[in-house]
Design a protein. Structure first.
Length: 131
């Protein structure tokens, strides 16, 4: 199963986190695909806006700690496992550097992974919308 579903319709690029069995928790593959999809949306003239949402009953449960512990050595310090931006910093920069507006269509559970990400998502006004 592809961890990120990318669809474009009428100028809207929808990026759906697709790991519903893990409440769309972010692992390395999903993180990389999300960053790449945002970069592609940024330069695509057919895209006017990017929308990030989650499949299943939750938007995102944050970092997939089970997957992270299995793919990263416990012998290496947590600090050394992160790049200079921090693991989530790369995602936040992809959102901030996107030349198109990025909207989070949050459904169900949503865990804030990092205050930098939270500040980008909540920048401006937020409104709860019923589907």
């Amino acid at each position: 199963m592809n961890p990120l579903i990318v669809e474009t319709q009428d100028g809207v690029r929808t990026l759906t986190l697709n790991r519903p069995e893990r409440l769309n928790a972010i692992n390395d593959q999903l993180s990389s695909e999300l960053i790449q999809a945002l970069e592609e949306a940024s330069v695509d003239d057919q895209v006017r806006v990017a929308v990030i949402t989650g499949s299943g009953r939750g938007f995102c449960a944050g970092l997939d700690l089970v997957d992270f512990s299995q793919t990263h050595s416990s012998a290496t310090s947590r600090y050394n496992q992160l790049d200079e931006l921090g693991w989530v910093g790369r995602q936040a920069l992809a959102i901030a550097h996107c030349d198109k507006p990025v909207i989070a269509a949050i459904n169900g559970i949503a865990a804030v992974q990092d205050w930098r990400y939270h500040s980008l998502v909540t920048y401006g006004s937020c409104q709860r919308v019923q589907r």
